[in-house]
Design a binder for this molecule. Structure first.
Ligand SMILES: Nc1ncnc2c1ncn2[C@@H]1O[C@H](COP(=O)(O)OP(=O)(O)O)[C@@H](O)[C@H]1O
Ligand SMILES: [Mg+2]
Length: 282
């Protein structure tokens, strides 16, 4: 394929920097800045999964908040379809927000315990759009089926589901506006190991069905290897390594990546994706 035939990236992150005011060590000290992200650069195409791995405090969640325009960068750009999200006027940004959604580590963030699951899943639609109630109910039923749950589950309340099911419901809520990019911040870290693979497989299947792009954040290389075509290693706010999980396992340059890889002896990069493809016989 000719290089010019490639569609432009869905997401481009360019020279992104973020600083926060550092805590003052002494009352006479000058106000200082703590740099949390430093010149982060990457691209993500539709239908692809990019893994972002790094130790706690390396800046992963900050990067997610900047991409979803929940916070502003100190400098640099986040482009969606070539549009610089942080420089758009609010009216132009509002429709673009529907193209992106986030799944958090703890599904409780997305689910109101006092409301039915259907209400919580529908909320991103009811908050913005003007769809008829019957259309909303149909979209909720579809979303539940997409994550392997039953449309009748819409009437139940979050407490009656298991942790893995609650995370599926949070994923249903994230896809209800039909986004093109999902940012998944440690989506299975809070789940039992036995349930983690089920939720990852739901994500894998959704990606195939809907052509979603994923930015998958995790401190767990086994999780990244399960889903991602390409991965970045973030250390103290800088991208220190970039490649496929297989490439990095063979030849990581960076000592931090090497240490990360050594700490996960059991991973077989891409194995789940191959098993999945074989099973579904594409
Ligand atoms: N709102 C904030 N104000 C000040 N410092 C922050 C804020 N958010 C994050 N930080 C700091 O930024 C660094 C990176 O945090 P974070 O992005 O949450 O890392 P990760 O998700 O990789 O664990 C940490 O040192 C954290 O203390
Ligand atoms: Mg985090």
């Amino acid at each position: 394929m000719d290089l010019h035939d490639l569609p432009p990236p869905l997401l481009q992150v360019r020279q992104l920097c973020k600083s926060y005011p550092a805590p003052r060590r002494h009352w006479l000290a000058l106000p200082a800045q703590q740099r949390v992200l430093n010149n982060v650069d990457f691209e993500l195409h539709a239908g692809r999964c990019l893994g972002l791995v790094g130790a706690s405090g390396s800046g992963k969640s900050t990067l997610a908040r900047l991409i979803l325009v929940l916070e502003s960068p100190t400098s640099g750009q986040v482009l969606l379809d070539g549009q610089d999200l942080h420089r758009l006027p609010a009216a132009a940004l509002r429709p673009l927000r529907q193209h992106m959604a986030m799944v958090f580590q703890d599904p409780a963030t997305a689910l109101n315990p006092r409301r039915s699951v259907g209400w919580s899943i529908a909320e991103p639609l009811t908050a913005h759009g003007n769809l008829a109630p019957a259309d909303i109910a149909q979209r909720v039923a579809q979303a539940l089926e997409h994550v392997g749950l039953h449309p009748h589950d819409a009437q139940r309340y979050p407490h009656s589901f298991s942790g893995g099911q609650r995370q599926r419901i949070a994923i249903a809520r994230a896809i209800i506006t039909r986004p093109r990019l999902l940012v998944l911040d440690e989506p299975v870290s809070a789940l039992d190991v036995s349930v983690q693979a089920q939720v990852l497989n739901v994500l894998l299947q959704l990606q195939q069905e809907l052509g979603l792009a994923y930015l998958l954040i995790s401190h767990d290389l086994a999780v990244i290897s399960h889903l991602c075509h390409h991965m970045l290693v973030l250390h103290a706010g800088e991208v220190v390594e970039s490649g496929s999980p297989q490439q990095l396992q063979r030849a990581a340059h960076d000592p931090i990546t090497q240490a990360l890889l050594r700490s996960v002896p059991t991973i077989t990069p891409g194995a789940a994706r191959q098993r999945y493809a074989a099973h579904h016989n594409q």
